[in-house]
Design a protein around this ligand. Structure first.
Ligand code: EPZ
Length: 419
């Protein structure tokens, strides 16, 4: 298994470009199932989760042509021969659940393995199932699989009990080919939902309200091919901004805009960052030790749970004490034990962590446990004095394109070594 060897402390300076958003790309690839015509997608990030999704689509019979060099792909679902997403693929990436709605809407049936839990939580999909049933699907849960059938889906008024990003996405995609009007209430408002809606509209779907907590979709008989450019990854951008907050420096991230960054920029200002945005991107300067910032994670536009570990790394070296409440997932503090090994002062009680900033973290051996925890560990290790080895960095490669290369472009010392 590959590791990162990180030498610190680090000062970051320079410019890097942010890749396409993983959490926009994955639903958009699945939405391509809704048409038999070709779709062309640009700004495709080079990530493990993207190649996993392409493997799943190809297993269904969907044609996927990837031009890695130009970050583009062509997808055509005109020869689907299977409606089954098998456990061995779904267990490696729970976003595979996003083929459920499109397969059911297009082919009248779908058999998708239950994703099962992961390091950060149980990750149920009851809201996905509830919504599809309200649209007329007959759904059975047996032998670890969701088996769904529907001669035709019908528009319905669906109020989610829990705000779910992929739940909203699955139902939005299914509703595009349902008969009549669907209203999704208590829907997720993330920028990735809006990007998916923009893609669906370019295919001929009739959708409004995306980006709010109420989305309306008028179903169509068929959708057409389209071209689409994936939005930038706001979590990758936030991760780099947290790196400069923890380490100090002055970086420019091109291709990002402040709207999609939500509360991340506000919290970085609270940390003491100087933020300048212009048409080329967003520049952040940190020339003093950051201030501690407290926050509670919530759905967009609240504080993103996917930024929690990264800001914990900033708080670990900041002035003062901070309180972090993780309200979305039940087990998303796996990075705490590892940060303690670097000398951080963190105590956890239930879903609340109290972080007291220390003057110096010290390099040590640590282990990545999940995607965003790993990002937090890289940040803490870059700020630490001395050398750290971060094991199991395959977690990082799922959601960050060439993170080591980009950080080294900014002056970091992050070497990928064979385990
Ligand atoms: C999406 O996951 C993201 N993944 C996650 O990013 C992100 O952390 C999460 O949204 C929250 O923002 C993708 O978009 C591929 P949820 P998702 O359904 O959709 C509960 C990353 O690091 N829930 O919004 O799976 C659930 O248990 C990943 O890139 C139900 O109870 O998350 C959780 O507590 C990690 N029933 C809360 O809702 C359901 O049917 C939010 O989950 C669905 C969810």
């Amino acid at each position: 298994m590959e590791k990162f060897r990180v030498s610190g402390p680090t000062k970051l300076a320079g410019e890097v470009s942010i890749s396409g958003a993983k959490n926009a790309a994955l639903p958009i690839f699945c939405a391509s199932i809704l048409t038999s015509e070709t779709v062309e997608i640009s700004n495709v990030p080079d990530l493990k989760d993207v190649s996993t999704m392409f493997s799943l689509l190809r297993k269904l019979g969907v044609k996927v042509e990837l031009d890695k060099k130009n970050k583009q792909c062509e997808i055509r679902a005109n020869s689907v021969h299977s409606i089954e997403a098998p456990y061995e693929l779904v267990k490696t990436m729970r976003a595979s659940i996003l083929v459920l709605g499109p397969l059911l809407a297009k082919y009248g049936e779908a058999k998708v393995s239950l994703p099962g839990g992961c390091a950060i939580g149980q990750r149920p999909v009851d809201q996905h199932i509830k919504g599809l049933r309200l649209m007329g699907a007959k759904i059975k849960l047996e032998n670890g699989y969701i088996t769904a059938k529907a001669k035709k889906l019908f528009g319905a008024k669906i109020t989610s009990d829990v705000i779910s990003v992929t739940g909203t996405e699955n139902l939005m995609m299914a509703a595009c080919l349902a008969e009549g009007k669907t209203v999704l209430e208590n829907s997720a408002e993330e920028p990735e939902i809006v990007d998916l809606a923009n893609f669906l509209r370019s295919m001929g779907a009739e959708i409004s309200g995306d980006g709010s907590n109420k989305i309306e979709i008028f179903g169509k008989k068929k959708l057409n091919g389209a071209c689409h450019t994936i939005i930038f990854d706001r979590i990758e951008a936030g991760t780099f901004f947290c790196a400069v907050a923890a380490c100090g420096g002055d970086i420019l991230l091109s291709g990002v805009n402040k709207e999609a960054m939500g509360m991340t920029l506000e919290k970085l200002r609270e940390c003491g960052g100087k933020i300048i945005h212009d048409q080329s991107g967003i520049r952040i300067k940190f020339f003093k030790r950051p201030n501690s910032v407290s926050f509670q994670t919530s759905s967009f536009p609240g504080f993103a749970t996917d930024m929690q570990a990264q800001f914990m790394a900033v708080n670990a070296v900041a002035k003062g004490t901070s309180i972090i409440k993780e309200s979305i997932f039940e087990n998303r503090f796996m990075h705490v034990q590892e940060m303690l090994r670097l000398g951080a002062k963190i105590s956890v009680r239930g879903n609340t962590a109290v972080v007291t900033g220390v003057d110096v973290l010290k390099g040590a051996g640590v282990m990545a446990t999940d995607l965003r925890a790993s990002a937090g560990l890289v940040i803490a290790a870059m700020a630490a004095h001395g050398q750290s080895m971060i094991d199991r960095i395959y977690h990082l490669d799922r959601g960050y394109e060439g993170m080591d290369k980009k950080l080294n472009l900014l002056g970091a010392s992050v070497d990928r070594v064979k385990g």
